[in-house]
Design a protein around this ligand. Structure first.
Ligand code: ADP
Ligand code: MG
Ligand code: MG
Length: 255
């Protein structure tokens, strides 16, 4: 049983001008086996939350803490975060020309597991995980993310999830840019991951559509850099009907 604990997290984005405070006191605790959906309007700070936990240098934590089983995550290097069992899709390079997917994945698995997986087992593991995600076998030999479509990038994200089996996965806009078929395949991948492991999932999304496939245990509404309301999966249904108007005081998308 593991716990990811975010306490009163304040984060500023470092720009050319004054640092701008984006996160204004985020409190959230996720335990093994729980899936938490974070939902909120564009620009509310959802991605900032994931970047801050990933250790992106542009996002400065000015106060508060992130603890994984009591260990200070913010003190860890990006590699140490992965080894501690955190999976943050965006911590991986967007494009790495010249490095094949299979090599990239094996390197990541070696870092997380502490030893290189045996080549023969590894090849089987990757093949099976790719088949489950409907990924073309030639994908393994392509360069990392080079020329991948939006859907392929998302499948790759879930492939990593399946192979790395982290304690906590933070998935930011996993549903964006997916057609209905890809959305189903990706959602099934997330659900398989949830069923096979004791992992916790933070599923960040702007839309309720992925929640038709993945039923979260908790839904949190994110607005103005904070969690402003929490509930069960029924809260997502209300958001589907009402949007975020009541939280931002104006119609979603209005400037
Ligand atoms: P969301 O993911 O909820 O759409 P973001 O976390 O991406 O929200 O953005 C929150 C706010 O922080 C926005 O106003 C955005 O413009 C600003 N912001 C985020 N990252 C940066 C950055 N690297 N440089 C400047 N502003 C940023
Ligand atoms: Mg579970
Ligand atoms: Mg975002």
């Amino acid at each position: 049983m593991s716990t990811l604990e975010i306490k009163d997290l304040h984060v500023s984005v470092v720009t050319d001008e004054e640092p701008k405070e984006i996160l204004k006191g985020v409190d959230l605790t996720i335990k093994s086996g729980e899936t938490h959906a974070i939902m909120g309007p564009n620009g509310s700070g959802k991605s900032t939350l994931s970047y801050a936990i990933a250790g992106h240098p542009k996002y400065e934590v000015t106060s508060g803490s992130v603890l994984l089983d009591g260990e200070d995550v913010l003190d860890m290097s990006v590699d140490e975060r992965a080894r501690a069992g955190l999976f943050l899709a965006m911590q991986y390079p967007v494009e790495v020309p010249g490095v094949s997917m299979s090599n990239f994945l094996r390197t990541a698995a070696t870092a997380v597991r502490g030893e290189a997986p045996q080549l023969r087992h590894w090849v089987k593991e990757v093949k099976q995980a790719m088949a489950e995600l409907d990924i073309d076998p030639t994908f393994a030999e392509r360069s990392v993310n080079e020329g991948f479509s939006g859907g392929e990038k998302k499948r790759h994200e879930i492939l990593q999830l399946a192979l790395l089996q982290p304690k906590f996965a933070i998935l930011d806009e996993t549903d964006s840019g997916l057609d209905v078929d890809a959305l189903r395949v990706v959602s099934e991948g997330v659900n398989r991951f949830r069923a096979n492991s004791e992992s916790g999932v933070m599923l960040i999304t702007h839309y309720t559509r992925i929640l038709k496939y993945i039923t979260p245990d908790f839904v949190h509404v994110f607005a103005g850099g904070r969690i402003v309301e929490s509930g069960g999966s029924e809260l997502a249904d209300r958001l589907e009907e009402e949007g975020y108007v009541r939280y931002v005081g104006k119609r979603e998308g209005a400037l």
